[in-house]
Ligand binder design. Structure first.
Ligand code: ZN
Ligand code: ZN
Length: 367
């Protein structure tokens, strides 16, 4: 369920999105698209339920859902300003899709979300072979409007507050699981509808695992600690990683690692701007770490888009082929991981602008 929007946020503008999708149908060789990704259905109609398929052709948009959403679906579609009919069926009834499909021969299915069994059922209903599509709605979602940016920024601000409150507890003897739980609680009590994803708090040897799960080990003096977490507001997410050393940064190997990865992150952020090849952001981070002798320790991509999903387009990696566009929201999150010793990652969520970026996660990086 959506939450009451926070005061001062620009309204979410769902109207216009269906028409932008319609503009993509014919160039993709389609008369219609059956949207089965819950996130894409939400983006196009405002409906947040967990069961819904959206038929979109040049003339109509029809949301098919079940009795659990009899009231919620039309209410949310109307509140969002989407021009879509809502048809409520009892579980498994395909008749609305059958009648719509009878009029259209080139029907696209979302290859990334439709199940094998659902696809097999639909093949019998369609008048022509279905067309596998990839990323049509996801491409539209990459460019955020003001209402979306406001919500990601609000989620980022809630996470900033949460970290500021929990940071004094990250001391020798603290336990990863307890710090992670404290961050989750602070995010929720700070106004988020949920955390953005499963919170990572990883200390000591665990910090050398980029996607470590918080465990019961008490932190020791000198441990590196990686905290990667975010908040959710009206379905929109934030993503931030901060790293520190228990007992203070000091000097030595851990301090060098913290500094080198921060240099890499700042180098990556410095090149973010509209029109920049995305791979250049990755190259800026990677070359900085290579110069510090840490090229092999940077074992993942540099970042990803953030929005209704925690990982969405565009991917920011060495193999990215596109260019950044103003309105995209991406992370820049280089890391270096030394097995048996520890790891460091610095991550911010930023809005790409015409001449650079606006950082949305604002927690200090001198911890
Ligand atoms: Zn993250
Ligand atoms: Zn991330």
């Amino acid at each position: 369920m959506s939450t009451v929007p926070s005061a001062g946020l620009a309204p979410l503008r769902v109207d216009g999105r269906l028409d932008r999708l319609r503009g993509l149908l014919d160039p993709a060789g389609l008369d219609a698209l059956l949207v089965t990704s819950n996130t894409n259905v939400r983006y196009l109609t405002g409906f947040t339920g967990s069961a819904g398929s959206l038929w979109v052709d040049v003339d109509r948009a029809v949301l098919v859902t079940d009795g659990r959403y009899r009231d919620q679906a039309p209410d949310q579609v109307a509140a969002a300003g989407a021009v879509a009919d809502v048809v409520v069926v009892s579980g498994g009834d395909r008749s609305p899709i059958t009648s719509l499909a009878a009029e259209r021969s080139r029907v696209g299915l979302e290859a990334g979300s439709i199940t094998w069994s659902e696809q097999l059922r639909l093949v019998d209903l369609l008048s022509g072979p279905p067309v596998a599509t990839d990323g049509l709605v996801e491409g539209l979602r990459e460019l955020k409007d003001e209402g979306e940016v406001d919500r990601i920024a609000e989620a980022a601000a809630i996470a900033d507050e949460a970290l500021a409150g929990v940071l004094p507890s990250i001391l020798a003897g603290a336990v990863e699981e307890e710090i992670a739980t404290a961050l989750d609680h602070a995010v929720r009590s700070g106004g988020a509808s949920d955390r953005a994803f499963e919170t990572i708090v990883a200390a000591g040897p665990n910090s050398a695992l980029p996607h470590a799960r918080p465990g019961p080990r008490p932190m020791l003096d000198g441990d590196l600690v990686v905290c990667d977490f975010g908040a959710m507001v009206d379905g929109y997410r934030s993503d931030m990683t901060r790293s520190l050393r228990i007992g203070g940064t000091g000097t030595g190997r851990a301090a060098d690692l913290l500094g080198a990865v921060l240099d890499a992150q700042l180098a990556g952020l410095a090149v973010v701007a509209d029109g920049v090849p995305i791979a250049e952001v990755d190259a800026a981070c990677r070359s900085t770490l290579e110069a510090a002798g840490l090229g092999d320790a940077f074992s993942h991509g540099t970042g990803h888009g953030v929005g209704l999903d925690i990982h969405e387009g565009p991917a920011v990696s060495s193999t990215s082929t596109g260019t950044l566009r103003a309105g995209q929201v991406v992370t820049v999150e280089p890391g270096a991981y030394l097995g048996g010793f520890g790891g460091v990652r610095w991550e911010d969520t930023v809005l790409v602008t015409a001449d650079g970026h606006r950082r949305l996660t604002l927690s200090p990086k001198e911890l």
